[in-house]
Design a protein around this ligand. Structure first.
Ligand code: ASP
Length: 590
């Protein structure tokens, strides 16, 4: 007899004897006849037990939810009026001839068939039950389908899939490494890769020309927002290419992914904006373009203002920027105060506001401006009656960032976001370096292997570039952003060994440190390294977007909690003394 998946049975099987295996999804007793919904990975089928078949019926009476059974029976039409149009198998049922209980189940910590809000903690602790739910199962299936689509895409374009090591040397991508102590070489460590960056570059030196991998990456970060210590990237690299080539192939891939997963035809080419424009208009290099609310710079109108607070900022090289809340959204004084409070929580020293009503401005700062200034502001912003503006005066980036965060909050609060829209944008022309306030030094904005713009490479001939000079240099990096979320990023790389050394030195490494940590790369680059570049996309993030999941945890089969715990296995956990001894490890108890 043929084994059929529950979810695949339909009228084509009428009159046939079939075998199905599955879990008891639910059981109903209807005046002497027992029905169960039997579930497997393909769906549900109804099984009927009639009292005439006494032995089977008695067994069916003992069935409980999530028992695992084997059912042998005949497919027949359901009686008229009892069909279930929601099920693929809804027109038919199986009349059970033989029932075998393969395993029982304890009472569940939460119901699969009538799943209601269950804490994530419980879901992760019993992930195998959570994954039995159709919603979760579908996400896992899509994950697999998408991985296939991506593989086929790259293979059809002549890319070679290459696995790179997990036990390796640390590659800086801006996070902390996970370390693995070596037993065979005492007192040394491997690092788990933050990305296959250096290996993919070395594959280019090896002549692989087009590489891809759907690969696990590890970053030991404090798990802010929606991050995981291990996550999956769609990683690729190509030789003899420039930015356009990488951008093109990425757009093609994303079009393919969206078409196959959602049936959506994404328009190409995607929008592009420079890093500077992104910061100036949206206060972030990950702008959400589903709504407008752009930041406007009004510094020039106020250069000689008598309002000292603004004047001081401007005289010190800062800016005055505004966001105009459209007139349809009349903000009350209380709401305005709440937004000002909000801006303080995200680091604003002060946020001013003004309201344009019946040709006049209202607010406690209006009295500091002269007529011309107010007229200029009105004209520049095309103000309409009833519009409120928020004003931030600070250093360029800070002022824009504050308004950028306010922009996001306003959009959410005022319902300006069309959830069905997909607004892709490339952010390009990034600075090569940025100043890290935290570390008080120059760091790479992307990573240290990113090439400066070609027409700026000559700058590195000069010794001792000043910090200001360095911060002005642009890179060949690009990020792809969707609805305010960074899907991925990449760059054209440095393929010249000397330039690579110079950049690492600028980042504060000594020659000795460079040789210890990156000697293998510099050496490889000096044996005929082709020009190359690539990108990596966040696979989990893309899946979360496609499935409307709140968190990437929902598309990762076995994710960790915000604190990095695996609630299913209780990892991380302590190990035996013997294991520590073998690794020559001893704890320094704080
Ligand atoms: N390795 C980079 C990252 O993981 C991506 C790239 O530059 O290709 O962010």
């Amino acid at each position: 007899m043929q084994r059929i998946y529950c979810g695949k049975i339909n009228k084509d099987f009428l009159g046939k004897d079939v075998v199905v295996y599955g879990w008891v999804h639910s059981r109903r007793d209807h005046g002497g006849v027992i029905f169960i919904d039997l579930r497997d990975k393909e769906g549900i089928v109804q099984v009927v037990f009639q009292p005439e078949n006494k032995e089977v019926f008695n067994k069916a009476e003992k069935l409980r939810n999530e028992y695992v059974v084997r059912v042998e029976g005949t497919v027949r039409l359901r009686p008229q009026g009892t069909e279930n149009p929601k099920l693929y198998s809804g027109e038919v049922e199986i009349l059970c001839k033989n029932l075998e209980v393969l395993n029982t189940s304890k009472v569940l910590p939460f119901e699969i068939s009538e799943y209601k809000d269950v804490s994530e903690e419980l879901r992760l602790r019993y992930r195998y039950l959570d994954l039995r739910r159709t919603e979760m199962l579908n996400r896992i299936k899509l994950r697999s389908q998408l991985a296939n689509i991506i593989r086929n895409f790259f293979v059809s374009k002549g890319f070679i899939e290459v696995e790179t090591p997990f036990l390796t040397k640390s590659t800086p991508e801006g996070a902390r490494d996970f370390l693995v102590p070596s037993r065979l070489t005492p007192y040394t460590f491997y690092a788990l890769p933050q990305s296959p960056q250096l290996f993919k570059q070395i594959l280019m030196v090896a002549g692989i020309d087009k590489y891809f991998q759907i690969v696990r990456c590890f970053r030991d970060e404090d798990l802010r927002a929606d991050r995981q210590p291990e996550f999956t990237q769609i990683d690729y690299e190509l030789s003899f290419v420039d930015e356009e080539d990488v951008i093109n192939i990425t757009e093609e891939l994303l079009v393919e992914i969206f078409k196959s997963a959602l049936g959506i035809e994404l328009p190409r080419p995607f929008k592009r904006i420079s890093y500077d424009e992104a910061i100036s208009k949206y206060g972030t290099d990950r702008p959400d373009l589903r709504y407008e609310l752009e930041i406007v710079d009004i510094t020039d109108l106020l250069r000689s203002t008598k309002f000292n607070v603004f004047r001081n900022v401007i005289d010190n090289g800062g800016e005055v920027n505004v966001i105009v809340v459209p007139k349809e959204y009349k903000l009350s004084r209380q709401q305005i105060d709440e937004y000002i409070e909000f801006s303080k929580t995200v680091g604003a020293k002060g946020l001013a506001w003004m309201k344009y009503v019946n040709g006049d401005f209202e607010s406690n700062i209006v009295k500091f401006f002269d007529k011309k200034e107010l007229e200029d502001i009105k004209n520049k912003l095309n103000l309409e009656n009833g519009e409120t503006l928020f004003v931030s005066a600070d250093k360029h980036k800070k002022s824009c960032e504050i308004l950028g965060l306010l922009r996001q909050k306003l959009a959410k609060d005022l319902n300006l976001i069309n959830e069905k829209k997909f607004c892709f944008v490339w952010v390009v022309d990034f600075p090569l370096f940025e100043f890290s306030e935290e570390e008080q030094r120059i760091v790479s904005m992307h990573h240290p292997f990113t090439s400066p713009k070609e027409n700026e490479i000559y700058l590195f001939e000069k010794e001792n570039l000043t910090q200001n000079e360095l911060l002005k240099i642009r890179s060949r990096a690009y990020d792809i952003v969707l609805n305010g979320i960074e899907l991925g990023g990449g760059s054209i790389r440095i393929h010249n060994s000397e330039l690579q050394r110079k950049i690492l030195k600028i980042l504060g490494l000594t020659d000795e440190e460079i040789d210890n940590r990156f000697g293998f790369l510099l050496e490889a680059l000096s044996y005929g390294a082709p020009p190359h570049g690539g990108l990596a996309l966040g696979f989990d993030r893309i899946l979360a977007l496609l499935t409307d999941s709140e968190s990437i945890r929902d598309v990762i089969p076995f994710p960790k909690t915000q604190k990095g715990y695996c609630l299913l296995t209780s990892a991380p956990s302590s190990v035996d003394k013997k294991q520590l001894d073998e690794l020559n490890l001893q704890f320094k108890i704080k």
